[in-house]
Design a protein around this ligand. Structure first.
Ligand code: G6P
Ligand code: MG
Length: 210
């Protein structure tokens, strides 16, 4: 019996892909590294530093740890500035309706995201009030596919993973959910992944499962 649902943020509740893309693109241009949406897609669900490593490897550029820190900070400053333009319109009506209906049925809801900007995004998108707990990049030491971010979310809710489902759009997130003993629900890219327990095409399909 599922008592709680833990949602990944980016790609599930909303998409900040284009904002990440614009911020990484400026930084990659400064470093003379070719960067396009295909490379950007590989950064989904990946932590900020791991994203930078992928970009540097793609461009064949080697930086010292200090230089990497500086580049990652520059990217994040640009990204956070762009988040200030974000409004509640970034969330589809179907997402709000589904979250409201799930809460009405008595389910606990949480967010489990690698992003250290999760709380800012939830505030800007007017989503914070739907959730009983938020586990994000600020309270973990290991990124997905490690289950830490979801295990922390379940702990914040005071529930065992066996009664929680995780909704993810990234393969690494499905592996994290499965590794932590959660029911994994995949949307978008993750709906076509062989290890996903339950594929869905739209978030509203959750209402048929609980
Ligand atoms: C999410 C996004 C990734 C992003 C990561 C870290 O998982 O899908 O593209 O790299 O969060 O985000 P942050 O806001 O901490 O830089
Ligand atoms: Mg995601």
């Amino acid at each position: 019996m599922i008592q709680a649902i833990i949602f990944d943020l980016d790609g599930v509740l909303l998409s900040t892909d284009e904002l990440h893309y614009a911020a990484w693109k400026t930084v990659a241009d400064e470093l003379g590294i070719p960067f396009d949406r295909q490379v950007n897609n590989r950064l989904r669900g990946v932590s900020r530093m791991a994203s930078l490593e992928i970009i540097l490897e793609h461009g064949g550029v080697v930086l010292s740890p200090e230089e990497k820190e500086a580049v990652a900070t520059r990217k994040n400053d640009r990204y956070r500035a762009s988040l200030m333009t974000l409004t509640s319109e970034i969330v589809a009506p179907e997402v709000r309706e589904t979250l409201t209906a799930l809460k009405q049925r008595g389910l606990k809801l949480a967010v489990g995201s690698s992003s250290k900007n999760t709380k800012l995004i939830l505030e800007r998108a007017d989503l914070a009030s739907y959730f009983d707990a938020v586990s994000d990049g600020t309270n973990i030491t290991r990124s997905k596919p490690d289950p830490e971010v979801f295990l922390k979310a379940a702990a914040f809710l005071g529930l065992s993973p066996s009664v929680c489902a995780v909704v993810e759009d990234a393969v690494a997130g499905i592996d994290a959910a499965n590794g932590g003993g959660f029911l994994s629900i995949g949307i978008g890219d993750a709906a076509g992944y062989s290890r996903t327990d339950r594929p869905i095409r739209a978030l509203s399909e959750l209402l048929q499962m609980v």
